[in-house]
Design a protein around this ligand. Structure first.
Ligand SMILES: CC(C)(COP(=O)(O)OP(=O)(O)OC[C@H]1O[C@@H](n2cnc3c(N)ncnc32)[C@H](O)[C@@H]1OP(=O)(O)O)[C@@H](O)C(=O)NCCC(=O)NCCS
Length: 161
């Protein structure tokens, strides 16, 4: 994803996350950290012809402490597929790309939050080996919807989505 993709991404974002869409500024800020030697973000778009039909992003931060490892931790910041492409495997391809990026950042684990009512996304993550490790009460506002916190412990391990 580059800055010139942001308008098309924003249109999809508003359609797919009507309650809590990211702002233009949030995408600009993420992309500002996505290039160069100190990059901590990886953002990707999927195109069909000239149309953007999906996008995803990963952030790398801190270090895992509970297992004593110094490896950085990756967070899935966002993943979305245009509705008319759902069920075609595109979500799986985007997630595969993020996990490859997590591996090249040498992350020991990948975390994400997912709305508790977003069963479709949870199934996608579970197919890749993510497990639920906690619940954040009222994480999504408005609506006071809980988030599941999910974790994949070895992003470099082969997956069978
Ligand atoms: C969640 C989301 C990214 C999933 O994307 P997707 O492209 O539908 O995901 P996939 O196609 O890889 O997987 C969905 C289904 O298609 C099936 N599928 C995978 N590859 C396939 C293929 N090549 N052909 C046909 N079906 C396939 C999968 O088995 C899966 O079925 P299941 O749900 O019964 O297990 C998408 O629904 C979305 O953008 N939702 C709105 C935004 C959102 O909620 N994002 C997540 C926030 S936590």
């Amino acid at each position: 994803m580059r800055w010139w993709d942001i308008e098309a991404v924003l249109a999809l974002e508003r359609e797919l996350f009507p309650d809590d869409a990211w702002s233009r500024g949030m995408f600009w800020s993420e992309l500002a950290h996505a290039r160069g030697p100190g990059a901590t973000r990886h953002y990707v778009v999927a195109r069909e012809d000239d149309r953007i039909v999906g996008y995803a992003g990963l952030a790398v931060s801190g270090t895992a402490s509970d297992d004593g490892s110094d490896a950085p931790v990756a967070d899935v910041q966002t993943i979305a597929v245009a509705r008319d492409h759902w069920g075609t495997g595109l979500g799986s391809r985007l997630l595969t790309d993020l996990l490859r990026a997590a591996t090249s950042f040498e992350c020991g684990e990948v975390l994400l939050e997912c709305r508790i009512d977003n069963v479709r996304a949870q199934k996608l993550y579970e197919r890749f080996g993510f497990e639920t490790i906690g619940v954040r009460r009222g994480y999504y506002q408005p609506g006071n919807v809980d988030a599941l916190v999910m974790r994949l412990t070895d992003p470099s391990a082969p997956t069978t989505p």
